[in-house]
Each structure stands twice: as structure tokens, then as C-alpha cells.
Design a protein around this ligand. Structure first.
Ligand code: NAD
Length: 251
């Protein structure tokens, strides 16, 4: 009865990696997927085969064949699949005037259509297993008009709305759908995209005056995937952001 599996995308880095480690500790079987094979290899090394509950799979969420193959594998897991965490994503910081339709398409392809397609492929598996939980990783940039986030923020805003629609439509199948909206979190993505000026601005506008850690996001995800803890929570966007979205004037 206690055997349960979760599929995590973007499991090779940042929030997906921290979630993989936390859910393994919590006793889940984890199907950890990423498009970056080297990151998956590092994960295997890091865990040093300490868990026989970890399966690593190379999967690009924009590749329909790879998604279909993994979905098929999910039907046959010995520990039934009860949860999906869509953490794969890319960031960008480009002003509206400089954002091209191609930039928008590229980011939607991964952040929106990737999460959409995998959720659609796995929803029947969750339903047939008696229900489960899907968690999207949105962003505070999908809730507020952060500078430079026209492509990224629009993609995360789409995920926010998709979360609510999926929650409504999948409730009859006992599938709960929620999203986390992280504020700034110290991950490789942020190391790539945040300049010194951006960092200063986050420290100024986040009431807790610091970036979050991947572990702090992972524990919120762990709550949402666990049907014993969050059984009546669906259609919600949980901001894990040091108070950023709650704040008004700061002085
Ligand atoms: P990260 O770059 O550290 O990790 C993202 C992982 O996703 C990488 O391992 C990458 O290989 C994988 N990935 C990217 N495209 C993929 C694809 N097409 N198919 C499969 N895997 C793919 O980033 P992170 O900061 O851990 O971000 C995780 C999620 O959290 C993203 O959706 C991101 O938008 C969101 N988020 C992050 C922050 C932050 O401050 N770090 C804030 C808000 C939201």
C-alpha cells in the first residue's frame, strides 16, 4: 500500500534535483528524467546507487516519442505512479521590445507545451491508479509583471491558468493539480540569468531579503504530491517566494 512512484522532469538540476533527493528520502520511488544525460549521470554518481528506488531516464519533454515511451513505462511500474512534477524549464530575461516570436515559441515549447503534453500522457495512468497529483513549477513571474519576463512570464502565466483548468477537469478522476510559484531560487538557471543588478533588486523587493534554496521549493512540492497531506488541495498556486508577491511598498 505504501509503494508509490513519482515522475520528475528536469530532475538533473536545481529544483528538480532537490525534489528527487527529498522524495527519495520520503520513501517514494522516483523516475527522474531530464534532457541532459550528463546531469542524470551526475545524479547517479551523487546518489552512488544508494537507492534502488531511483530510475533515471533521458527524456526531452518536447519530444513526443520520448514522452510516449516514458508514459508507457509508467503504466508498468511496480510501485504505481501517483504523482508528476513538471520542473523542466528554461528561463530568459529580455525586454518586451526585443523579444521575438521565436523566443516566445521556444520558451512555450518547453515550459508550457512540454508540461501540458506530459501531463496529458500521464493523466490516464494516474486515473487508472486511483488518482494522484500533478505539480507544475510556475513562477512569481507568471503572477507579476517582472521586468524582462515577457516570454518567460507569459509562459508561466499560461501554466498558472492551465493548472486551474486541469484541476477542474481532472477532479472527477481524483487527480489534484497545483502549481508552485517560486521566487528567486539559487539554481544553475539563476546563475546563468541573474546579473548583479538583478540580484540587488531581488534583495530589495523580497521581504525576507534573500534568495530561496532548491530544498525550500522541494518541501512545498513534497506537500503537494502527497495525497495524505494535501488531499483537499487542488487548483492552487502556492507562492514560495519569501513574501515577494505579498509585498507592497517596502519602506
Ligand atoms: P535548472 O536550469 O537548474 O534546471 C532545469 C532542468 O530542466 C535542467 O536539468 C534542464 O536540463 C532541464 N530541462 C530543460 N529543458 C528541458 C527539456 N526540454 N526536457 C527535459 N528537461 C529539460 O533550473 P531550476 O531553477 O531548477 O528551474 C526548475 C523550474 O523552476 C523551471 O521550470 C523554472 O522556470 C522554475 N523556476 C525557477 C526559479 C528560480 O529562481 N530558479 C524561479 C521560478 C521558477
Amino acid at each position: 500500500m505504501n509503494q508509490r512512484s513519482v515522475l520528475i522532469t528536469g530532475a538533473g538540476s536545481g529544483i528538480g534535483l532537490a525534489t528527487t533527493e527529498l522524495l527519495l528520502l520520503a520513501g517514494w520511488h522516483v523516475l527522474a528524467t531530464d534532457r541532459d544525460q550528463a546531469a542524470l549521470d551526475r545524479l547517479a554518481e551523487r546518489l552512488d546507487n544508494k537507492s534502488d528506488r531511483l530510475i533515471l531516464r533521458h527524456m526531452d519533454v518536447t519530444d513526443p516519442d520520448a514522452v510516449a515511451k516514458v508514459a508507457l513505462e509508467c503504466q508498468a511500474l511496480t510501485a504505481p505512479l501517483l504523482a508528476l512534477v513538471n520542473s523542466a524549464g528554461i528561463g530568459s530575461s529580455v525586454r518586451f521590445a526585443d523579444t521575438t516570436p521565436d523566443m516566445l515559441r521556444r520558451i512555450y515549447e518547453i515550459n508550457v507545451i512540454g508540461a501540458f503534453a506530459l501531463s496529458q500522457a500521464l493523466a490516464p495512468v494516474l486515473r487508472d491508479n486511483g488518482g494522484g497529483s500533478i505539480v507544475h513549477i510556475a513562477s512569481v513571474s507568471g503572477l507579476k509583471g517582472n521586468m524582462g519576463r515577457s516570454a518567460y512570464g507569459a509562459s508561466k502565466g499560461a501554466l498558472v491558468t492551465l493548472t486551474k483548468i486541469m484541476a477542474v477537469e481532472l477532479a472527477d478522476d481524483l487527480i489534484r493539480v497545483n502549481a508552485i510559484a517560486p521566487g528567486p531560487v539559487e539554481t544553475p538557471m539563476v546563475a546563468d540569468t541573474h546579473t548583479a543588478v538583478t540580484r540587488q533588486e531581488w534583495h530589495r523587493t523580497v521581504p525576507m531579503r534573500r534568495y530561496g534554496t532548491p530544498d525550500e521549493i522541494a518541501s512545498a512540492i513534497a506537500f503537494l504530491v502527497d495525497g495524505r497531506q494535501s488531499s483537499y488541495v487542488t487548483g492552487q498556486i502556492l507562492a514560495v517566494d519569501g513574501g515577494f508577491t505579498a509585498a507592497g511598498i517596502m519602506a
